[in-house]
Ligand binder design. Structure first.
Ligand SMILES: Cc1ncc(COP(=O)(O)O)c(C=O)c1O
Length: 391
């Protein structure tokens, strides 16, 4: 049975039970005696105590994502960034060095390059398409490497297997943010990751109406460190958001497959249009990492497409105004296609030179493909391209 579709077990013989997981908003749980409460806090007895420490809707959602990731006892957090923060700060401490991909999600970059420094951690950012670059950045105190398998927004593919081998050889923890790729394309624990995390906000929940995260670890020790940090710092999710995400997760695989098929069609279409300087899609043969697309992602290209048009910011404004029906919004993984412009959003803090080094110009867009029919989407994008060309 598909783990996303399994319904709650009946509560007992002779009693009917809901098919849909009930929402349990209770902040606190009553137990019968101090001995029971003691055992629950110690993790020796089942049951809940206080919602910040855990609640049924979070556990149900976590179990479903665990089944997809091949994980055990994952934790739901109040956002994807809460999951990143818990993984890094729950495990690492002052004096530790962390290596991160130089194209990680913007707030992950900020956490590593600004916030963690105030707590005595150090970090280096490297090109994760090159395991040798990661190896060159390793120091005696390197404790962790954080990567995203497909980078944002240029959709480069990390050398997951090379980096996993390096981490194993050097006793370094590998953390994989699997938000873009999802367990439908890659299962990082199978590749050797120690910690896997998600912004559940994106493809897993899938409807742009929930902000949540997920983090799971290979060992009970790592799990406990992350859990304790998250509970102490209050990175807790709300039961209702967990319930919404669980509902979204029911259709995750269908949504992913449909969006991925359309993304491939859109990428090929864009690549052939006048005024488009380049279209980036991981499984296209002109993608710089297309061989790795096979070995790391099993040939799956995902639902993200990026492209660059001629004409700079003016053309970009004309494109997004004319591409009616596609939300110009800095998110991804929604049922509807969304368009983002990194130079004015996720990458606006970088200098133009630094953006250019990453290949992000004023005419660069990232598309998160949703569930529209390919022909409708192509018509919309063609309208945008035509407006940009007619300037
Ligand atoms: C790859 C990745 N990781 C983490 C995050 C943070 O997730 P959230 O917005 O749920 O905090 C995002 C958000 O866009 C993301 O794209």
């Amino acid at each position: 049975m598909k783990p996303t579709l399994m319904r709650p077990n009946p509560v007992g013989p002779g009693v009917s039970s809901p098919v849909v997981t009930p929402i349990q908003q209770s902040v606190v749980y009553a137990s019968d005696a101090p001995d029971t409460l003691d055992a629950q806090y110690a993790g020796e007895a089942a049951g809940f105590t206080y919602a910040r420490e855990g609640h049924p809707n979070a556990d149900t959602l976590a179990a479903r994502i665990d089944a997809l990731e091949g994980a055990e006892a994952g934790l739901i957090t109040g956002s994807g960034m809460a999951a990143v923060t818990a993984a890094l700060m729950g495990v690492c401490g002052a004096g530790d060095h962390i290596i991160g991909g130089d194209q990680l999600y913007g707030r992950s970059l900020r956490l590593m390059t600004q916030d963690l420094l105030r707590f005595g951690l150090d970090c280096s950012l490297v090109d994760t398409t090159d395991a040798a670059a990661v190896a060159a950045a390793v120091r005696p105190n390197t404790r962790m490497v954080l990567i995203e398998v497909v980078s944002n927004p240029t959709l480069r593919i990390a050398d997951l297997h090379g980096i996993a081998q390096l981490c194993k050889d050097r006793g370094i923890l590998l953390v994989v943010d699997n938000t873009f790729t999802t367990p439908r394309s890659v299962k990082p624990f199978d590749a050797g990751a120690d910690i896997v995390l998600h912004s559940v906000t994106k493809l897993l929940a899938g409807h742009a109406d929930v902000t949540l995260g997920y983090v799971a670890a290979r060992t009970p020790e790592l799990r406990k460190a992350i859990y304790d940090f998250a509970v102490t710092t209050g990175l807790t999710p709300s039961p209702f958001e967990c319930w919404l995400a669980e509902r979204g997760l029911m259709t995750f695989d269908l949504r992913f497959d449909k969006a991925q098929a359309t993304a491939r069609i859109l990428g090929d279409h864009l690549a052939a249009q006048p005024g488009v300087l380049r279209a980036i899609y991981p499984s296209r043969s002109d993608h710089p990492d297309h061989l790795r697309n096979q070995s790391v992602l099993g040939g799956q290209g995902g639902n993200m497409v990026s492209f660059e048009i001629q004409g700079g910011r003016d053309a970009a404004n004309a494109f997004s105004r004319a591409a009616q029906g596609v939300a110009f919004a800095p998110t991804l993984g929604d049922v509807g296609t969304t368009l983002s412009h990194p130079a004015s959003s996720s990458h606006r803090a970088l200098s133009a030179g630094d953006r250019a080094a990453l290949g992000i110009s004023e005419g660069f867009f990232r598309v998160s493909v949703g569930l529209e029919e390919p022909a409708d989407l192509i018509a919309t994008f063609d309208a945008g391209l035509s407006a940009a060309r007619d300037l």
